[in-house]
Design a protein. Structure first.
Length: 121
């Protein structure tokens, strides 16, 4: 059953309860934008969501829709970039794919720097 306080689907919530969770934000504000040729975002949309980092996976949802549920190894393989220049914002940028713009997701969390250091370390 959906619980507003966690923003994860029930199946994902159960998976988290059985995992080693390093960081967990049940309620985060986030923006999603597409980066086109000039590295500029033409439109950015706001959502409510959740973000978690386990010993093996990065999991992020917006409005019960999966954004990321990928292993830490796959993060490196996909060449995701992390930035926490703003101490309250973790920025995740996906690379461009053929015919598709890059996507930038900004998670507004007080733990932004901790997420970045664990993901890059």
């Amino acid at each position: 059953m959906y619980r507003a306080q966690n923003r994860f689907p029930e199946a994902v919530q159960q998976q988290l309860e059985e995992s080693e969770v390093r960081l967990y934000d049940r309620e985060v504000k986030l923006t999603i934008g597409l980066l086109h040729e000039a590295e500029r975002c033409t439109e950015r949309r706001w959502f409510q969501g959740a973000l978690a980092l386990t010993g093996t996976h990065l999991i992020a949802y917006a409005k019960q829709m999966e954004l990321f549920h990928i292993s830490l190894q796959e993060i490196r393989d996909r060449h995701l970039k992390f930035n926490a220049d703003n101490p309250a914002c973790l920025s995740v940028t996906t690379p461009r794919q053929q015919g598709q713009p890059a996507m930038e997701v900004r998670f507004y969390t007080a733990q932004a720097e901790r997420y970045r250091s664990l993901l890059e370390g």
